[in-house]
Design a protein around this ligand. Structure first.
Ligand code: FAD
Length: 306
């Protein structure tokens, strides 16, 4: 029996584990990937908005904020863990290996994942023309025509970065209007390398060894057409990772876990922290703040009951 099991070792889960350890709680942190860090490992832009710590990218932030603490930590961190199911009422976590884990408090810190289009070519061309990040991959696509899919801030920002080095950037958005902030919209409209297709969807990514074209479908009834591109960057939003608890907790219309002011769900002693329960302001500082609140709440309940 553990005092606390935390699922997910991104900033929220790691910060919660550090706090729980400091408060003397027997803590187990479970991570599905081979290493902790969560989304930080996909951040290629500088991080300048965490109080007291600036970093050139997410990897550097992870190393400076978390890495050395993990090496010294007293809590258990299990990576590459496959969780079969979670029973939130019983506070039981069943692993695919057959192991059953029992805890007094359960903390869900599973974050969000990039939404996928689910179209032919999207998975097949990963690493062969699918652009992960304009900041990271810009030089690789310099001088090539590219397509960006999406209409929010992330899509606009990436399109503008690519337009600095690519002869043409085509932004394809399924809605009537882009939802990116005004500052980006103004830059998009005045950039001569950029073409914007609204009310349009990319239906296929085509190529032989590498990406060679996209198929775009504009208004209903019109024939889809193909456009030659060498790179495709997809930014169509994120989905909260709630697969394990979807039927057991209260979620909002977008699938985020609903919590109260101490980040507790509708089930006592089951908490959700970080992006998985924060649709409004997903940030590292928000995730770490929620982690501290939850650890303190759990510690005070456990010390009272002992
Ligand atoms: C490109 C980019 C730039 C960003 N820039 C900034 C910035 O400048 N400043 C800022 O404050 N924030 C920034 N963010 C946001 C910040 O990275 C997130 O708010 C933060 O990582 C959220 O932490 P989290 O722990 O809640 O979730 P995540 O980082 O998503 O971590 C969740 C972890 O849970 C694991 N997990 C999921 N499901 C399971 C499961 N079933 N079993 C076990 N483990 C599981 C995942 O593998 C992952 O490791 C940026 C994000 C991106 C993508």
């Amino acid at each position: 029996m553990h005092d606390v099991i935390i699922i997910g070792a991104g900033p929220a889960g790691l910060a919660a584990a550090f706090w729980c350890e400091e408060l003397g709680l027997d803590t187990l942190l479970l991570e599905q990937d081979e290493r902790p860090g969560g989304q930080l490992l996909q951040v290629y832009n500088p991080i300048n908005n965490y109080p007291g710590l600036r970093a050139a990218n997410g990897q550097e932030f992870f190393e400076r904020a978390f890495s050395s603490r993990i090496d010294e930590a007293d809590f258990d961190l299990w990576t590459e863990v496959e969780i079969e199911s979670v029973n939130v009422k019983a506070k039981r976590v069943s692993l695919r290996s057959g192991e059953q884990l029992q805890t007094i408090a359960l903390v869900l810190a599973t974050g969000v994942s990039r939404r996928r289009l689910g179209i032919p070519g999207e998975a097949e061309f990963r690493g062969r023309g699918i652009i992960e990040s304009a900041t990271r991959d810009r030089d690789l696509f310099s001088g090539q025509d590219v397509c960006v899919i999406g209409g929010g801030d992330a899509a606009a920002e990436n399109a503008l970065l690519l337009a600095e080095v690519c002869p043409t950037v085509t932004l394809v958005h399924r809605g009537r209007k882009l939802s990116a902030r005004r500052e980006f919209l103004e830059q998009l409209q005045t950039n001569h390398c950029l073409t914007i297709f609204t009310e349009s969807i990319v239906t296929r990514i085509l190529g032989d060894e590498k990406v060679e074209a996209v198929e775009i479908s504009r208004k209903e009834g019109l024939k889809p057409f193909q456009m030659a591109v060498r790179g495709v960057l997809i930014r169509i939003g994120v989905d909260p990772n709630t697969q394990l608890v979807r039927e057991q907790l209260q979620l909002d219309n977008n699938g985020y876990v609903i919590v109260n002011s101490i980040h507790e769900t509708i089930i006592p002693n089951v908490f959700a922290i970080g992006d998985v329960s924060n649709p409004v302001g997903p940030t590292i500082s928000g995730a770490c703040g929620a982690a501290a609140t939850v650890a303190k709440a759990i510690a005070s309940r456990i010390s009272r009951s002992k």
